[in-house]
Each structure stands twice: as C-alpha cells, then as structure tokens.
Ligand binder design. Structure first.
Ligand SMILES: [Zn+2]
Ligand SMILES: [Zn+2]
Length: 303
C-alpha cells in the first residue's frame, strides 16, 4: 500500500461514505431515506453501518433494493464488544459484511469479533479514535486486524469537536504499522446536520461493491471534506501534488516534519514538495482549501 497508488491505478474515483446509521439502530431516517439522501448529494456509494447490538437485534441493514442509477451500497455494521482502555465497549467499523454475520459470542472480545469481520470480507476501521479517547495501546490492540483508522468523523466533530483521528494513525505509522490507511466518514445519524462532511474517494474499475471493497483494502483511495486531489507523483526527490484550488498543500511525516506550500488567497492548484526534507519512513499529503476544508492522502513510503 502506498498513497500514490490511488492516482496511478486504473479506473475512476467513486465518492462514498461507509459509516452512517438509520432507524435500524439509532439514526433518524429509514434506510431508504438515508440512501436517497446520499444519492441526491452525488455520492456513488454508501454503507449503512447500524450498531450491531442486541438492543437493535444485531442489524446488518439490507440496502440492496436502494441500489441503482450509478449508486450502490455495501452491507456492513458498526460492531461492538468489550473493551477499550477507557473501560467502554469498542466501536469498530466493518464495511462489507455478509447479511448472516454471526452476533458476538458470549464474552467475545473485540480482537476476536473484528478478526471474524475481517475474515468474513469486511474492510475494518478503528472508528472515531478521538471521540473514544483511544490510546496508542488501544490502537496497537487492533492494528494488525484493522485495515484503517477513521481520520475524520463529521458527527463527532459537530457534536463534540472530536472529529479528527489522524493522531492515532500517525502514532501507529511511527510504530511501523505500515499497512494502515486513513478514511473520512460522516457517521451521520441525521438528527443534526451531520451528512456530507467527509468522504472517501475510492479508485476502482467499477462501482460494484466487490470492486470498491477490494480497492479500499488495497488503500486505493484518498479522503476529503471538499478539496479534490488530482495527482500525487514522484519526480526524483520531489513529490508533485495537483489539487483543486487550495490554500495549503502540505507533506507531513514522523514527528513534526513537514514541507508546505501556502497561498493565502487559496489559489494553489499544485505543489512540488521535497521528500528529502520530510525524509523518514512515511509521510502523507494534507490539503486545505480557502474554506478550511481538508483532504488527506493515504500514507506514502518514500523508500
Ligand atoms: Zn461509534
Ligand atoms: Zn457510528
């Protein structure tokens, strides 16, 4: 996996949100209404990830009937089991579950449940790390099972100001967990305006669920709140990044290392950033537009 590959791989980008709730758990809208909303917002795919809890009769919300007109759905759930370092149940995203995925066994812990979800075909993400106050030890406990860390959660941001999850991803990258990627989601419950604030752009040959899932697992995506990333290419010791109009294009790495292009008027559309100055084992691109909206590449490994 390397964050540059999404831009060199065949196919096109599909916009999707893989973490959101409906009336099958604690969301305000029916599954059909949530799918209709995202389709109308121009999304190419959606995963309804209702809370996989006994209180809601362990839903794997069936969204098959809402596919069509270039819009597709992936079945999944937000799975829960004991217990993180805060003595709370884990919240883990499992996008791509079979409809008959077994509920947690008695006393099953998250390490086991998440492994079962992954083995059943899911893209597994460590959900809203900052909202949950997850520690690096929490991250390590799931790092080898998860595909990704949730680096942006719109609902958590709007409700609590704890929407960013990049710190945990960066710490795990510092710890050598190089397979991990970072995805943005809404986690919308639609009780407040929490839809459309963060999404994935997945590079795939088609928007069939299996193709999208395979691409996500291969890290062939970037994430955004607004800016588009058009290209990330290497030329010698330089990383060339092309974006929609931006105020900042930055390459961040281990510790405080960063290399930044900045234009106060928000007119940047490309930057050549020195990989040497961010030299280290990993880095990633962050873009900010004139409205303060961010986009994030997946981790890049210069060597
Ligand atoms: Zn959650
Ligand atoms: Zn959720």
């Amino acid at each position: 996996m390397d964050g540059r590959e999404a831009f060199s791989a065949a196919g096109r980008f599909y916009r999707g949100n893989i973490h959101t709730h409906s009336t099958r758990s604690d969301g305000a809208l029916s599954p059909g209404d949530v799918c209709g909303l995202y389709s109308a917002m121009g999304y190419d795919f959606l995963c309804l990830s209702d809370h996989f809890l006994a209180a809601f009769d362990f839903p794997i919300t069936d969204t098959n009937e809402f596919r069509g007109d270039g819009f597709t759905t992936i079945l999944g759930a937000e799975i829960h089991a004991p217990q993180n370092s805060q003595s709370e149940i884990w919240h883990v995203l499992a996008c791509g579950l079979p409809a008959d995925f077994d509920p947690p066994f008695p006393d099953e812990r998250m390490e086991s449940l998440a492994r079962r979800a992954r083995d059943a075909g899911a893209f597994v993400g460590i959900a809203h790390p900052q909202w949950s106050s997850l520690t690096i030890e929490d991250g390590r406990a799931l790092a080898d099972i998860a595909h990704a860390v949730e680096i942006w959660n719109t609902g958590c941001a709007i409700e609590t100001g704890r929407g960013d999850g990049t710190a945990l991803l960066d710490q795990l990258l510092n710890g050598g967990h190089r397979h991990l990627t970072g995805y943005a989601t809404d986690d919308a419950h639609l009780k407040i305006p929490d839809a459309g604030g963060g999404w994935m752009m997945v590079k795939a040959e088609t928007n069939r669920p299996d193709d999208l899932l395979a691409a996500m697992k291969d890290g062939l995506y970037y994430s955004s709140q607004g800016p588009a990333i058009g290209a990330i290419e290497t030329a010698g010791d330089t990383l060339l990044v092309r974006t929609s109009a931006a105020r900042m294009i930055s390459l961040v790495g281990r510790g405080s290392r960063a290399e930044t292009a900045y234009a106060e008027d928000g007119s940047l559309v490309s930057a050549e950033l020195s990989l040497k100055r961010v030299a280290g084992d990993w880095c990633r691109v962050v873009v900010c537009d004139g409205d303060g909206k961010l986009a994030w590449s997946n981790p890049i490994f210069p060597d």
